[in-house]
Design a protein around this ligand. Structure first.
Ligand code: ADP
Length: 509
């Protein structure tokens, strides 16, 4: 410790040694060669750090800055040892020299340690050839991107976060009529009024690195350079680039599509108007026909009543008093006028359906009970088994018509029973799509497929009167009644197995 203290105390003391010139036998040449060489080494070692520091100060992105500084310090210190070697020829500053060497040694080893530490990182650095290859690759990718952009069928515009146009393709030039130069660095609003809340939304999506960055599709109005406005469909999507978040807009001119839509819309409106006209016309004609049927059947009743009255009188008074052929003829006329009476009455009933009646709250269970009571004798006679499910309460229904509907269907099920088999009828209802769907199912003779629609037409029958009695108006009644309730009627049937008649009632309340 004493030596160390004395060392620093006598740091600049030169009294302990003679100048180096006087140590040993230096010739002038040898001494000056030594001194000049040392000074050359020192000056070079002094210049190198200056160059290194200048390099670093210019090259802001240089890596391993600390290494550069360590090198500079280490070289400077090495230079200083040479400088002091030369100085000792006149001033034997051996203590200072030793200190400078110690500092040089410490700096050298610090540099060595630091080098070892950064070596693995340095190994990972790409060589200039690798960097060049990467630059080349990037150039190619950029070229590909540009080609893609240029060959896109849509106009492509890339804008930055502030909505400033950064890039456009050839289609944009064609579509909007501006040159690229006129568009770049201008606000995208010059081409179309993109709403900025949409941009903000996309930006936030892009920032969140959303795996499915939102693409919004919007229909906007494009504005050409000449001021012409045209409809466009714009697909906006965020684009994360090295220069920050961008937005790419793919713009498609949809003038033709819009024109087509307009034409279709107009055609639809026209069609609808025509359909409405036709429907109104049909409704008017239907009403006229109904009116005609009503008036005709009503007015025909009176002369028919007279004819049949007199024919019956004729039959009563003269039967057996004329010859047998005359008796037969009179019988035919009596029968025919009887049929005619029934037909005209049916027709009158048909045209009266819904006339002047008001809808009420109707319990279908009560209606069916009444129908079955009316048909009691036929039911008992034919040993009919009738099963009825829970039927609904209808808020807006015509009770008389509804009763007639059930009556027709049930009596048909009994009339068209299969010979030798007891009739089984199942009446039920269920709610489907807000409507009540009723069903009347039987195990009768069934109907062949080709007649399933025809049987609902007025006076259409599938059998002769001698096989099954009837006028062929019952199901036409049913159809009119179902339609009066805003519903429809249809049948599903299998010949020899049975039929199920369905009808719906739209029960608005
Ligand atoms: P009508 O019973 O007076 O003949 P409808 O209009 O009631 O007239 O019926 C038309 C035709 O539909 C009937 O002639 C018959 O052929 C057929 N039909 C109706 N209901 C049934 C049924 N439940 N089973 C088999 N056929 C039926």
């Amino acid at each position: 410790m004493k030596q160390v203290a004395e060392f620093f105390k006598k740091l600049f003391d030169t009294s302990d040694w003679p100048p180096r010139w006087h140590c040993g036998k230096w010739t002038g040449f040898h001494g000056w060669l030594y001194i000049i060489s040392d000074l050359l080494v020192w000056s070079a070692y002094f210049a190198i750090p200056l160059i290194i520091i200048r390099y670093i100060s210019k090259k802001h992105d240089a890596r391993f800055i600390r290494i550069y500084f360590l090198f500079a310090g280490f070289i400077l210190a090495c230079g200083a040892t040479h400088f002091f070697d030369a100085v000792t020829f006149w001033w034997p500053l051996y203590r200072v020299n030793a200190l400078v060497r110690a500092v040089t040694g410490i700096l050298s080893w610090t540099t060595v340690f630091y080098l070892i530490k950064v070596l693995p990182v340095a190994f990972t650095l790409r060589s200039s050839a690798e960097l060049e290859a990467e630059v080349e690759q990037r150039k190619k990718a950029e070229e590909k991107f540009r080609n893609l952009l240029e060959s896109a069928p849509d106009s492509m515009v890339i804008v930055n976060e502030q909505g400033i146009i950064q890039l456009v393709n050839a289609q944009t030039v064609n579509m909007f009529g501006y040159t690229r130069y006129e568009m770049i660095n201008e606000k995208v609003c010059m081409l179309m009024p993109i709403r900025f809340d949409v941009l903000d939304h996309l930006k936030s999506k892009g920032m969140q690195n959303d795996s499915s960055p939102g693409i919004t599709k919007e229909e906007l109005t494009g504005i050409r350079k000449n001021g012409e406005q045209f409809p466009v469909e714009v697909c906006l999507s965020p684009l994360v680039t090295e220069e920050g978040l961008m937005l790419s807009a793919a713009i498609r001119d949809i003038s033709e599509k819009k024109l087509m839509e307009k034409t279709i819309r107009e055609a639809n409106i026209n069609l609808e108007r025509k359909v409405q006209q036709r429907t109104a016309e049909l409704e008017r004609k239907n009403k006229e026909l109904e009116q005609f049927a009503y008036v005709a059947s009503h007015d025909l009743q009176e002369p028919l009543q007279t004819t049949s009255g007199f024919v019956q009188l004729l039959h009563k008074k003269y039967h057996g008093r004329l010859d047998p052929t005359a008796d037969q003829y009179i019988d035919y006329v009596v029968q025919a006028s009887g049929r005619m009476k029934t037909l005209i009455k049916d027709l009158l009933d048909y045209s009266r359906i819904g006339r002047g009646n008001e809808s009420h709250l109707v319990d279908c269970n009560v209606i069916v009970r009444e129908v079955l009571a009316d048909l009691h004798n036929v039911v008992v006679e034919n040993e009919v088994y009738i099963k009825t499910g829970q039927l609904p309460l209808l808020h807006n229904a015509f009770p008389t018509e509804l009763k007639s509907l059930f009556q027709n269907l049930v009596s048909n099920s009994i009339k068209f029973r299969k010979p030798g088999i007891k009739p089984v009828i199942h009446i039920d209802a269920q709610q489907i799509n807000g409507c009540w769907q009723f069903s009347v199912k039987d195990n009768g003779i069934g109907i062949e497929e080709q007649y399933l629609e025809r049987i609902f037409v007025i006076f259409q029958r599938l059998h002769t009167r001698s096989t099954y009695d009837g006028s062929g108006i019952g199901l036409a009644h049913c159809k009119k009644i179902a339609e009066l309730h805003g519903g429809k009627i249809w049948v599903q049937s299998e010949p020899g197995v049975g039929s199920t008649f369905y009808f719906t009632i739209a029960d608005g309340h």
